[in-house]
Design a protein around this ligand. Structure first.
Ligand SMILES: Cc1cc2nc3c(=O)[nH]c(=O)nc-3n(C[C@H](O)[C@H](O)[C@H](O)COP(=O)(O)OP(=O)(O)OC[C@H]3O[C@@H](n4cnc5c(N)ncnc54)[C@H](O)[C@@H]3O)c2cc1C
Length: 353
């Protein structure tokens, strides 16, 4: 499966990365290519059709797809995460209905980052006969026009959260915003949702989670999301190397070698931390996520600097990689990740105190 994936990324994605970033049709071609090759459910268990690639292979795939096209990586990861979430947490009826179709005919996005926000919940669920009434805002849902449904997360009065499957189109009780104008990855088509007395029937409830689950889940995932930043950093280094060859400048080649060395050490630390979910090591893992984000930004910046003025021309890969790095700096961000990243960005914290 992964050999096919790498060939696909090399031949059908990387050469079109600029169009995929900005043009929905190009994105659709790339996404449909993944569908044809059955690459959309890589972590699905054998019971529902597999291929259930190993954790190590899956993270390597995430890096390679982010290296080839950040926008495609971002779009498809919403669906791959939905496959994993349903596989891990959904009731058997939902698993049996959804998972077998999720490698091709049924695509599902996510809309639950609002659960990370502290204070009064912005998306609430009220139990009612036969299900729940949903009210409030879903500030981020990526994949309009690509995904059929999305998993919404809404807070219950007792602090639990209910996760349900909602059609990803305007229906009674749900209004979607226009696609957001974004600095990067616009073609992945992100919208905001507004729910007003939206009826979520019991049979579309995938699972419920205890208060604070999202925080525990985020703490578990701190380093996993870092692989996208690794892939984006690799894309930046690729551009530096290409410039070194084109411009015949040995210091550019030396810079690419040094950045690759630094990245490979950090990547190994990420891989080593993946089976470590202990509370005591959380601050170290947060720092690791921050370090990967910081290195990704330096690699993207190196791509720009080594490309000179041309990096400013619309459609230049260095500009795209730098813009993609913006998204990978904040996607799945929590307050703790923000703090860990800021600590690394501020060199002299005493002066700012
Ligand atoms: C292009 C794009 C597409 C996205 N698509 C999706 C998607 O499809 N599905 C999805 O679920 N998410 C999506 N996201 C959301 C993404 O994961 C969020 O960026 C991330 O969860 C951070 O949330 P936020 O940007 O809304 O920031 P906020 O929620 O405002 O803040 C981030 C963190 O800081 C903390 N914080 C903020 N203000 C305070 C405060 N005053 N006091 C204490 N703590 C505070 C919050 O608790 C939170 O943990 C997308 C994001 C982008 C940029």
């Amino acid at each position: 499966v992964l050999d096919a994936a790498l060939g696909f990324l090399r031949d059908r994605v990387r050469p079109h990365a600029e169009q995929i970033d900005s043009d929905r049709e190009a994105m659709r071609n790339a996404f449909d290519g993944m569908r044809e090759l059955k690459l959309l459910s890589l972590r699905r268990s054998e019971k529902y059709g597999g291929p259930n690639v190993s954790e190590r292979e899956f993270r390597a795939f995430q890096e390679e797809i982010a290296r080839a096209s950040g926008a495609l990586a971002f779009l498809q990861t919403q669906h791959q995460s939905a496959v994993s979430l349903l596989g891990k947490h959904a009731n058997e009826a939902i698993r049996a209905e959804y998972l077998p179709k999720m490698d091709s005919s049924l695509c599902v996005g996510l809309g639950f980052s609002q659960l990370r926000r502290s204070g009064e919940p912005i998306c609430k669920a009220q139990p009612t006969v036969g299900g729940y009434l949903l009210h409030g805002e879903v500030p981020w849902i990526t994949g309009l026009g690509f995904f059929d449904e999305y998993i919404v997360g809404a807070s219950l009065p007792d602090g639990q959260a209910v996760f349900g499957l909602v059609p990803f189109r305007e229906v009674e009780g749900q209004i979607l915003s226009k696609p957001m104008r974004l600095t990067a990855m616009e073609a992945a088509t992100t919208v905001a949702g507004h729910l007003s007395n939206y009826f979520l029937p019991e049979e579309k409830v995938a699972f419920k989670k205890a208060p604070g689950w999202i925080r525990a889940n985020d703490a578990f995932n701190v380093t996993l999301q870092g692989h996208f930043a690794v892939g984006c950093a690799m894309a930046g280094i690729d551009i530096v190397l290409e410039n070194a060859r084109k411009k015949k400048l040995s210091f550019l080649e030396n810079s690419a070698v040094a950045l690759t060395h630094e990245l490979s050490i950090l990547r190994q630390e990420l891989v080593d931390s993946q089976s470590d979910f202990a509370e005591e090591t959380l601050s170290k893992r947060l720092q690791l996520r921050g370090r990967v984000i910081e290195l990704m930004m330096r690699c993207a910046h190196a791509a720009v600097v080594s490309s000179s003025g041309a990096s400013n021309v619309k459609g230049h890969p260095a500009g795209r990689v730098l813009r993609e790095a913006i998204v990978f700096s904040v996607s799945a961000q929590t307050g703790a990740i923000m703090e860990a990243t800021m600590k690394l960005l501020v060199r002299n914290s005493e002066q700012t105190a």
